[in-house]
Design a protein around this ligand. Structure first.
Ligand SMILES: NC(=O)c1ccc[n+]([C@@H]2O[C@H](COP(=O)([O-])OP(=O)(O)OC[C@H]3O[C@@H](n4cnc5c(N)ncnc54)[C@H](O)[C@@H]3O)[C@@H](O)[C@H]2O)c1
Length: 331
């Protein structure tokens, strides 16, 4: 899998993943609209293609000579999806099968699709495994789930398809998103010394961004028969939002001992999403076990704040998908 193309490679996950793959000796093509700019440092083995995954002909050209695709590009959360459902449907749903077909026709050998553990919606089962029915609560979740069988229609020994359902990612990246739960709470704790918890009892699965990248690295390496046609949950700590808030409070107070204690305020929430995912299959089949905790993610963010790597973290729209897409007038 020498030549890898990452759609959405300039996003939150991509900005950490792409340098990691380059370091391992891969040639990496980043196919992205670059809505969140280019935070990737130049590298002789990295190629940028500015394009939209809806431009199938352009994608098809970029897929020539590529061994593996990691498909990250999409309108990547509920709130940004809802900004313009027509646009989001065209990117997250309509463009998907033409992209997969173009990859297969170009001779790509492995296609790795980033779905989401939010496809499960609400479940009070203690352990949501990959067989659990999908109960999508939003169109974002629904399309993530609907793309999975579309991908698997194309599975063959020559075109190995695998789906990952990651938990909510946390931690620092050169393009940090501040619209994801652990990151939001940390940003508020560091900047305002106050965290507001909406609800608090909802369970959320989490995954450190470094574990997310290590998993994509592993998915490029494992033999075909381990991943062909497979779907894997990928999460580490399942935790209530209130427990996450308490970790954030503790770590941020330790990291900034000279500053005032952090106040935690609770308000009612109308967000019903709550699920507890089980990631035993990925450990059993691929030997993947997440190594980094929520605490590590919060500490990493604190260090980035101290190093001045997250300037204007409340106001600059680079950290916020919805605000950014609105300002750019993305269509
Ligand atoms: N971050 C998470 O917590 C999380 C959790 C589960 C699943 N995922 C999935 O992982 C993937 C990456 O997430 P992320 O947090 O890095 O997202 P992100 O929003 O930071 O990055 C998405 C990237 O895709 C690009 N993009 C968007 N639409 C495009 C299009 N039509 N054509 C080409 N490029 C386009 C954007 O410019 C951006 O660089 C997404 O598919 C997301 O749904 C993320």
């Amino acid at each position: 899998m020498k030549n890898v193309l990452v759609t959405g490679g300039a996003g939150y996950v991509g900005c950490l993943l792409v340098p990691q793959l380059l370091k391992l000796g891969h040639n990496v093509t980043v196919f992205d609209t670059f809505w969140y700019e280019r935070h990737l440092p130049p590298h002789p083995n990295m190629t940028f293609v500015e394009g939209d995954i809806r431009e199938t002909a352009k994608l098809a050209r970029a897929f020539k000579g590529i061994d593996a695709v990691i498909a990250l590009a999409c309108i990547s959360n509920d709130a940004s999806f809802e900004l313009d459902e027509k646009l989001s449907t065209s990117v997250n749903m309509d463009a998907f099968e033409p992209m997969v077909t173009a990859a297969r026709k170009a001779g790509v050998r492995r296609f790795i699709y980033a779905s989401s553990s939010s496809v499960y919606g609400v479940s009070d089962q203690p352990n949501v495994t990959e067989e659990h029915p999908l109960v999508p609560l939003t169109l974002y979740n629904k399309y993530k789930g609907l793309c999975e069988p579309i991908l698997f229609k194309h599975q063959s020994p020559e075109f190995v398809c695998v789906t990952i359902r990651p938990a909510t990612v946390c931690g620092y990246s050169p393009r940090t998103r501040m619209d994801l739960s652990v990151n939001i709470l940390t940003n508020h704790a560091v900047t305002n010394r106050k965290i507001t918890v909406f609800g608090g009892a909802q369970l959320r699965p989490n995954l450190h961004i470094q574990d997310m990248c290590d998993l994509y690295e592993l998915l490029l390496k494992v033999p075909d028969d381990k991943v062909a046609g497979q779907t894997f949950n990928a999460g580490y700590q399942n935790m209530s939002i209130m427990d996450i808030a308490n970790i954030v409070k503790r770590v941020v107070e330790q990291e900034f001992p000279e500053k005032a204690p952090i106040e935690v305020v609770t308000t009612p929430s109308n967000d019903p999403r709550s699920y507890h995912i089980n990631s035993d299959k990925i450990a059993r089949v691929l030997g993947f076990r997440a190594k980094y905790t929520i605490e590590d993610a919060v500490r990493g963010l604190c260090q980035a704040f101290k190093a001045g790597l997250l300037p204007d973290s409340m106001t600059d729209d680079i950290y916020y998908n919805v605000r950014r897409m609105k300002r750019l007038g993305v269509r």
